[in-house]
Design a binder for this molecule. Structure first.
Ligand code: URP
Ligand code: ZN
Ligand code: ZN
Ligand code: ZN
Length: 461
């Protein structure tokens, strides 16, 4: 089966040109000057539209257990919503529960995801118990295509690792060529601030933000960078929200250290003012690190331009407002942490192009090309080029849409961007050559998505 995507503006991280894209089976057979090929079973007219590599969301949490509940998107609903939004690969986090081995954890996550995803998927591994066995099991995880390991400096008693444990895991990462991803917030200090706030009767959602000040993200980020330097391990800071943390990352990168960071759309567009909305409305915006004051946003956009921020992922971790966020009505520390977003990352970042914050090419780079390179999918994903998987989005830059929970496809009862007007819209999505979104309808199926056994990171190329 051959599909010809005709006359679109093909945008890669390296440039743009009006071109035709010929898809043969699951892969891109050729990208050529317009009109060179005429023979194809299916023709998609992309004139006036962008033809970009499918988005790669390197940070999602489907069906993730947290605080006595589970994130509300399953692998089926979450990857379907991803497809609607032009994301054709997710990398989700398998979560080691205490007392469970990494390999058992990996099996569990395969059980949840295999045969259910609408688009391709991979896993990172969250290490919550650093001991000889976990460290040993990093190798078989890598062999199984899971070669990035997230650790937490936050959440003492749950996911938290001490500096000594982090050091040991980083040494092992350096030895194995794998990547440590860090949730960098000083959880020990934060827990004191949280206890003090609750004791003083400050229980509403905004105190989630006020008890996690940006200085404690900056401090933890700098500490993680120091530990990475001592061990020689590359480091990837996840969900960076504060200029304090960005400064630490920029300084490390300026001295040549292999430190990378992602931010998320919520930190670019939302702020602590959302968390301070009256009633219990603010609970919709509770995630960690928290939304910051608005003045951080310009710094994050600058970081995206200068490449001090290399990737934008969503940290998609939805909890319903009605029956899940509710758990923290009388105590903000019991509000499940996380926000929905997997469906809207490409659109939200496109607003950065419209506003002149980033170029069209940079949009593609931070949402697809760099995550592919960073997480061992280089060559297969992240570019519209001959030989790559035919994960392709035809994007209409002139279309208008309004984000709303009434029309989104994520399995969650609210949108963090309710009413936001967006310029641009996904028109057609191909996942490995199969049209999964077209004409405003989903044409894919659960189980089309394949597990991606990832290579070691190509962060140096
Ligand atoms: O609040 C968040 N970010 N929830 C998801 C878990 C994590 O720390 O990434
Ligand atoms: Zn985190
Ligand atoms: Zn996360
Ligand atoms: Zn619900």
């Amino acid at each position: 089966m051959r599909t010809l995507i005709r006359d679109g503006t093909v945008v890669n991280a390296t440039g743009r040109a009006v071109a035709d894209v010929l898809v043969d089976g699951e892969t891109i057979a050729a990208v050529t000057a317009p009109g060179l090929f005429t023979e194809a079973e299916k023709v998609i007219d992309a004139s006036g539209k962008y033809v970009i590599p499918g988005g790669i969301d390197a940070h999602t949490h489907m069906e993730m257990p947290f605080g006595g509940t589970s994130s509300s998107d399953t692998f089926a609903t979450g990857t379907t919503a991803a497809a609607w939004g032009g994301t054709t690969t997710i990398i989700d986090f398998a979560v080691q529960a205490k007392g469970t081995s990494l390999l058992t954890t990996l099996d569990k996550w395969h059980e949840k995801a295999d045969g259910r995803c609408a688009v391709d998927y991979g896993f990172h591994m969250i290490i919550s118990e650093v001991d000889d066995n976990s460290l040993k099991e990093m190798r078989p995880c890598i062999d199984a295509g899971v070669n990035s390991f997230k650790m937490f400096m936050a959440y003492p008693g749950v996911f938290y690792s001490t500096d000594g444990e982090i050091l040991r895991a980083m040494q092992r990462a350096a030895e194995t060529g794998s990547m440590i991803m860090m949730h960098a917030e000083n959880g020990i200090a934060i827990d004191q601030l949280v206890a003090q706030a609750l004791a003083a009767g400050r229980t509403d959602p905004v105190h989630h933000g006020l008890t996690r000040p940006p200085e404690l993200e900056g401090e933890a980020t700098a500490r993680a960078i120091a530990l990475a330097k001592v061990t020689g391990a590359p480091l990837y800071i996840v969900h960076l929200s504060a200029r304090h943390a960005l400064a630490a990352v920029a300084e490390a990168r300026n001295t040549g250290q292999n430190v990378f960071a992602e931010t998320c759309p919520q930190y670019l567009y939302l702020s602590i003012e959302d968390m301070a909305k009256p009633g219990f409305e603010g609970a919709k915006y509770v995630a960690s690190p928290p939304l910051r004051s608005k003045d951080h946003q310009a710094d994050l956009w600058r970081g995206l331009r200068t490449n001090d921020l290399s990737v934008v992922s969503t940290d998609h971790c939805p909890f319903c407002f009605k029956d899940q966020k509710e758990l923290g009505r009388d105590d903000f520390s019991k509000i499940p942490n996380g926000m929905p977003g997997v469906e809207h990352r490409m659109d939200l970042l496109h607003q950065g192009v419209v506003a002149g914050e980033i170029s069209l090419e940079r949009w593609v780079e931070i949402s697809s090309t760099t995550p592919a390179r960073m997480f061992g999918l280089h060559g297969r994903k992240g570019a519209v080029t001959a030989g790559a998987d035919a994960d392709i989005v035809v994007y209409d830059p002139a279309a208008k849409q309004t984000i709303s929970a009434l029309t989104h496809h994520m399995n969650v009862d609210y949108s963090a961007y309710e009413g936001m007007e967006i310029t641009g819209k996904v028109d057609t999505v191909l996942s490995r050559g199969t049209v999964v979104i077209a004409d405003g309808a989903f044409h894919g199926r659960e189980g089309h998505g394949k597990f991606l056994k990832r290579d070691l990171s190509s962060y140096l190329i």
